[in-house]
Design a protein around this ligand. Structure first.
Ligand SMILES: *[C@@H]1O[C@H](CO)[C@@H](O)[C@H](O)[C@H]1NC(C)=O
Ligand SMILES: *[C@@H]1O[C@H](CO)[C@@H](O)[C@H](O)[C@H]1NC(C)=O
Length: 304
């Protein structure tokens, strides 16, 4: 009699527990996604970020996707990708994400090209709301030492950028106003880069180790880096996997795993790799050239 009552009680409790678990999950839904576009692009171009947003929404019904718009209009968003100080951009994005109720339980993020390193800065500087997976698609985590082929609509802007960079990429005035100078990495002048870069040298712990950056980055579940093997837009493409030129020259490159950033573990990347958190994906193709099939197979699994 007594045993029987126990059994009924257990059964009821178990049912209640299962119902709660089920409810909790149903309420949560898919993890939201935040997208940051690349240089010369905007949040909502139907041929670029608009198309990506659609691909994700088709694969993950009900997902909330926020494609970041930096500024008040699409032209402003595009212009800001060249001329609005990245530190200010990151600060603004952090504020926007913190105020968005849809993101309060966390989100995944996906950055295209320079948007990849900008979202990494968000992860390192702004742990709340929590970023779960960071997906960098052609991001330049060790910066760039050239935009060899920058064609189409933005080619005249690229010519202008080259002119500024030649004037002195690390002078204060250019650093404050030119986004691409802020992740310009000159391997022939590592010390000038370390001293003068107001963005990349900071998030890559070049001047000193900020323990908070390290701790925050390690909160990620996965840090996925996609490299385009035949990239003619980014010099060197190795930067998309956090590699770069060996200091003092611009021919030979080294992998992340052979860099002092990794061996001294100034950013926690070595520890993250040991924990299985770093994912290196490669695509045969030029900058940001991938098929929908490739995206669905390789990227969508990280967005669940
Ligand atoms: C970099 O900064 C250090 C310390 O302030 C200074 O001694 C050095 O001359 C600087 N180097 C360059 C190339 O600006
Ligand atoms: C692209 O890069 C891969 C890997 O480096 C190489 O095997 C392939 O031949 C390249 N394709 C083209 C079209 O250059």
């Amino acid at each position: 009699m007594c045993l029987c009552r126990m059994a009924v009680w257990w059964l009821l409790s178990l049912t209640a527990l299962l119902l709660t678990l089920h409810d909790g999950k149903a309420e949560e839904g898919p993890v939201p996604l935040v997208i940051w576009h690349g240089m010369g692009d905007s949040c909502c171009n139907p041929l670029s970020m608009g198309a990506v947003k659609k691909m994700v929404e088709t694969q993950i019904p009900g997902i909330y996707v926020l494609s970041l718009k930096i500024g008040n209009s699409l032209p402003e968003d595009m212009e800001n990708s060249f001329f609005l100080n990245v530190n200010k951009q990151v600060e603004g994005v952090c504020k926007e994400l913190a105020q968005n109720p849809a993101l309060k339980n966390g989100y995944n993020s996906m950055g295209f090209s320079q948007g990849g390193q900008f979202l990494r800065a968000v992860a390192q500087r702004c742990p709340s709301p929590p970023m779960r997976n960071l997906i960098s698609i052609g991001g330049q985590h060790q910066g760039v030492y050239g935009f060899p082929q920058c064609r189409g609509e933005i080619s005249h802007i690229c010519d202008l950028i080259r002119k500024f960079l030649n004037l002195g990429a690390y002078t204060r005035n250019i650093q404050d106003h030119l986004v691409q100078a802020e992740y310009w990495h000159d391997p022939m002048n590592e010390e000038e880069y370390r001293n003068g870069s107001i963005f990349l040298a900071d998030i890559n712990q070049e001047r000193h180790v900020n323990e908070i950056y390290k701790k925050n980055l390690q909160l990620l579940e996965k840090f996925v880096m996609v490299k385009f093997f035949n990239d003619t837009m980014v010099d060197p493409p190795d930067t998309e996997w956090f590699g770069f030129y060996k200091p003092g020259q611009s021919k030979e490159t080294i992998r992340l795993q052979d860099s002092s950033l990794y061996t001294e573990d100034r950013l926690g990347l070595k520890e993250m790799e040991k924990a299985g958190k770093l994912v290196f994906l490669g695509v045969e193709g030029n900058h940001l050239q991938f098929s929908q099939e490739w995206f669905n197979k390789n990227i969508i699994p990280f967005l669940h």
